[in-house]
Design a protein around this ligand. Structure first.
Ligand SMILES: [Zn+2]
Length: 389
């Protein structure tokens, strides 16, 4: 079946192309430009709207229902940054077999010290959003000599990249064991040996330095312990740029932490949000590749709508709307080696959004979603809103 979406303003993942026709067939984009009349089985009038690549959230945690919720907001791919092996196998099957949910990539089991972040959260979630029968002991590495075996086990569980945690709990108001620099370095080397990217969770400037020393390819968060305009943020941003490391933004995560009520599992300080924005600005000024991410969970930020919030916060922090949209489409696809998506171009997956208005001027237009295509299968606004996708 051939579908032609006519006359929408097209943002191709990197830049606005102006009005164009986009042709989809067998789950792929087959043409971008002017399509002759009468050649499509289905014609969609895109005039007055904007067509853009499906959104990518580069930092989430997938639980039951998460992938369906994401798709309702136009998030067609999620990069999960820690999922237990049993639920992960189930989420993968769902994403492979169904087009009414977002696709996913996953780190599988996270590398952390025994008792380290986020094992305290795992305990709190067991029996609520995690089925106790699916909660298995997680592997730990305490000696650099175990790094190769740990990475091999992640490959066996189908991990697409390695996630390691460098967090002593200080930003969360606790004191937690943390991977040693020697173990972090050995894990990174072992992952690189088998061609896996390494994404580090580091939440303070000192931890970011540790992640860079270990050789990480990307950071799962900005740091949140330095006041805005702190000189060390400039040094760090420069070091990240020089190393060719990318950063997943997660401002919505810091916003949610700062708003959290007393008694919540994770507590934080309202100042951390302003600090995170300061770090983001330093990274943007230094020209570091930025990938949108939310750290979405069943709590806050939520899957899907959280990414809309992230884009809003990024533009408030100084990114242009097109830069923010690129950070949610072409940039994450490129840095994670997903050559089949992230742009509107012939030969790529037909993961697309049609919205009213022009999000390249104001990202708030993403709230006016008309339709989402996932692998060429269309879901219109009515079915998306009702949750019936
Ligand atoms: Zn996370």
């Amino acid at each position: 079946m051939r579908t032609t979406i006519r006359g929408a303003h097209v943002f191709d993942g990197e830049r606005a192309l102006g009005a164009a026709d986009v042709v989809l067939e067998d789950g792929l984009i087959t043409a971008v430009g002017a399509a002759p009349d009468g050649t499509a089985d289905v014609e969609v009038d895109g005039r007055g709207g904007t067509l853009l690549p499906g959104l990518i959230d580069a930092h989430t945690h997938v639980f039951d229902g998460s992938l369906a919720e994401a798709l309702r907001y136009g998030v067609t791919t999620e990069f999960d940054m820690f999922c237990l092996p049993r639920p992960l196998a189930r989420h993968r099957r769902l994403a492979d077999q169904h087009d009414d949910v977002a696709d996913l990539r996953s780190a599988g089991t996270i590398a952390t010290a025994p008792g380290g972040h986020p094992t305290q959260l795992l305990a709190a979630l067991t029996g609520t959003v995690l089925d106790p029968s699916e909660v298995t002991e997680i592997d730990h590495v305490t000696d650099p000599a175990q790094a190769g075996a740990f990475v091999k086990a992640r490959l066996a569980e189908g991990a697409d990249y390695l996630k390691l945690v460098l967090d002593d709990g200080a930003v969360h108001g606790t004191d937690l064991p943390r991977l040693t620099p020697a173990v972090a370095t050995a894990l990174t080397a072992a992952a690189h040996e088998v061609g896996l990217l390494v994404i580090a969770h580091a939440i303070t400037a000192a931890e970011v330095d540790l992640a860079l020393d270990a050789g990480a390819d990307g950071l799962a968060h900005v740091w949140a312990d330095l006041p805005p305009e702190d000189r060390d943020s400039r040094r760090l941003a420069e070091r990240i740029r020089a190393r060719g490391v990318f950063v997943v933004t997660t401002l919505a995560y810091f916003e949610a932490l700062s708003a959290q009520r007393p008694g919540a599992t994770v507590c934080s300080h309202p100042g951390h949000y302003a600090n995170a924005v300061g770090a983001l600005r330093a990274l943007h000024r230094a020209g570091v590749p930025l990938l949108t991410g939310t750290d979405a969970t069943p709590f806050a930020p939520a899957h899907g709508v959280g990414l809309h919030r992230e884009l809003q916060l990024l533009t408030e922090a100084g990114l242009g709307a097109e830069q923010a949209l690129a950070a949610a489409t072409a940039v994450p696809a490129r840095h994670f080696g997903l050559t089949d998506r992230g742009r509107v171009a012939p030969g790529l997956r037909a993961d697309l959004l049609l919205v009213e208005g022009d999000p390249t001027r104001d990202v708030a237009a993403l709230g006016s979603l008309t339709a989402v295509w996932r692998r060429g299968v269309r879901h219109d606004a009515g079915s998306l809103a009702s949750g019936g996708v």
